[in-house]
Design a protein. Structure first.
Length: 165
């Protein structure tokens, strides 16, 4: 196990659940909510704590699409590129978001871990196309300019939080 990793937040999560295999998904969800991904250090620690094999935990984490083994930003932006959104202009929106965040074509997460941009094939809101979400909040009928406004408001929110610290 990693010497520098702080397991206290994971211990607090584990305290909320019975220590058995039935708690696996709930525990992993809470860990991901805390870290915005599943840190590799968590697998042997949680496996031992709930009495399951590390491979079993890893199997659950890789089976479900909502789990991520890669660090994600504080703000998870999902931009739909399904048929309805694509036809109504999702590509210029994606390009604008990448530019605003300074992301290269293959890069999903900003260096400061504040933003992650994912392209998804459907958000289930085709009538509102083009659509994007930020941490689950739906933004309908997007344009490149409205996407810029959303990103800038998130930057402002980060600035306010930084000033409060």
């Amino acid at each position: 196990m990693s010497q520098g990793f702080d397991f206290a937040p994971i211990d607090r999560i584990l305290d909320n659940y019975p220590r058995n295999e039935l708690s696996t998904i709930a525990i992993l969800q809470d860990i991901q909510e805390r870290y915005h991904y599943l840190p590799r250090e968590a697998f042997p620690y949680v496996a031992k704590a709930i009495g399951v094999g590390e491979a079993r935990l890893y199997g659950v984490a890789t089976f479900y699409e909502n789990f991520s083994l890669e660090p994600k930003g504080k703000y998870l932006i999902r931009c739909c590129d399904g048929t309805a959104c694509h036809v109504r202009g999702s590509i210029p929106i994606l390009e604008r978001i990448r530019t605003e965040l300074g992301l290269s074509q293959g890069q999903k997460t900003t260096e400061d871990l504040n933003f992650t941009l994912e392209t998804v094939s459907c958000l289930g809101a085709c009538g509102l196309a083009p659509v994007m979400t930020v941490n689950g909040t739906v933004y309908p009928a997007m344009t490149p300019d409205s996407a810029t406004e959303v990103i800038r408001s998130l930057w402002e929110e980060l600035d306010r939080e930084g000033a409060e610290e």
